[in-house]
Design a binder for this molecule. Structure first.
Ligand SMILES: *Cc1c(COP(=O)(O)O)cnc(C)c1O
Length: 392
């Protein structure tokens, strides 16, 4: 393994990065030399491994996390006219999947402490058209599942947990994945483990499971027991409008190999977070992320908020100064409804004041398992120096 250069060698430090080792490469190589390159036995093996980790009955592997969200909305029966409540502080895909099904995303504001969707705000947004809640485990911290599930039960809504940030996270000692009607994961390279592109839906509900399988392969079934007719041995049946959302066998081989390393990845993320928290809690102008005592975050992102009233400059200036010093700071996220596409659909600013205030102050710092100690210290020193320079 080539050693990463330190940032002083003018190497740009991204906010997230995969870690693929020789064992991962060997696992993929082996599959490429075999008979299955599209969906094959490794897909089933990867699904079983993820279901075991999440303690769920079922898991369905799909092409990416966005496809997983789309499939979950399909399984939940989202159709034109339906409303689905989600958070504005997420990747656009968490809301786009509702639009794919002809539904309407409704944004509920975030909590000021965890920056996750606020269950009290969810209640205010429920109408006779509401069908589901897409709750996002922002930065890897599980949402308030107990309250959200309760609201859903009272109002007959489905809960889809967008756990794209949260593989390996825990809620009250239980793994994320089986605590909502469906949970959705992404294996994009910046997430906890990668398959290149890749996604998964976990569920304990057989009806959802079967719909997900159908949706992944054009809405086609080859299961005789499920067919309405039987024209002969050649016959297969398209029963719904599905897509080709399959994941390949060699990607699942990579996923299986990466999954073996998940514990280590999470431990490393947590150690970096501890170092950041210790350093930045001493900087008056910075708010560090808050982790609720009843959860264990998977720490996908490390986001700080600047106390702008204590600074003589703007967030943009600090962001630019950090980029100039090769720190790949980022911003997660632009509130979804700020995007021109959503504005054209009629969404307006001012709808979620907590989310909008968050957006003015947030900066994502680099956080990934392969960061060296020197890189972590470089981020700590550079961020502290930069903020000190603009102290009021
Ligand atoms: C990454 C991500 C997705 C989409 O996953 P892809 O695999 O990139 O399609 C969905 N929701 C959230 C919150 C994400 O961070």
């Amino acid at each position: 393994m080539a050693k990463r250069k330190s940032p002083s060698d003018n190497k740009f430090l991204p906010y997230g990065h995969q870690w693929i080792d020789k064992a991962d490469i060997r696992a993929v190589d082996k599959i490429l030399k075999g008979d299955w390159v599209t969906q094959g036995p490794k897909v089933t093996e990867f699904e079983k491994a993820l279901a075991r980790l999440c303690k769920t009955k079922y898991a369905v592997a799909v092409a990416n996390g966005t496809a997983a969200l789309h499939a979950a909305c399909f399984a939940a029966g989202i159709k034109p006219g339906d409303e689905v409540i989600t958070t504005p502080i997420t990747f656009a895909a968490s809301a786009n999947c509702v639009l794919y099904c002809g539904g309407k995303p409704v944004f509920a504001d975030i909590r000021p402490d965890t920056w996750n969707i606020d269950s009290e705000e969810i209640k205010k947004k429920i109408t006779s058209k509401t069908k589901a809640i897409i709750a996002v485990d922002f930065a890897g911290q599980p949402v308030e599942l107990k309250k959200i599930n309760q609201i859903a039960r009272q109002n007959k809504l489905a809960v889809i947990e967008d756990a794209a940030h949260a593989l390996g996270a825990e809620y009250k000692g239980k793994p994320i994945g089986g605590l909502a009607d469906m949970a959705v994961f992404s294996f994009h390279p910046v997430k906890q483990i990668t398959t290149g592109e890749g996604g998964m839906i976990t569920t304990n509900n057989r009806e959802y499971y079967e719909k997900l399988l159908l949706f992944r392969t054009h809405g086609i079934t080859r299961d005789r027991k499920k067919m309405l007719r039987d024209d002969g041995p050649w016959y297969y049946e398209m029963q719904a409008l599905g897509y080709n959302y399959r994941l390949t066998d060699f990607q699942c081989a990579l996923g299986l190999s990466q999954l073996k390393r998940l514990r280590g990845f999470l431990t490393r993320r947590r150690a970096i977070v501890a170092a950041y928290n210790q350093a930045f809690s001493r900087v008056e102008e910075i708010t560090i992320p808050y982790e609720k005592p009843e959860v264990k975050s998977a720490w996908h992102l490390y986001v700080i908020r600047l106390k702008l009233e204590r600074l003589t400059t703007t967030r943009r200036k600090i962001f630019e100064a950090l980029r100039e010093r090769n720190i790949g700071v980022n911003l997660h996220y632009v509130p979804v409804y700020y995007h021109p596409y959503y504005q054209r659909l009629g969404y307006t600013r001012g709808a979620c004041p907590q989310a909008e205030a968050y957006y003015e102050e947030a900066i994502t710092l680099p956080l990934f398992p392969r960061m060296t100690k020197a890189e972590v210290n470089y981020v700590i020193n550079t961020v502290t120096d930069t903020v000190n320079r603009y102290r009021e």
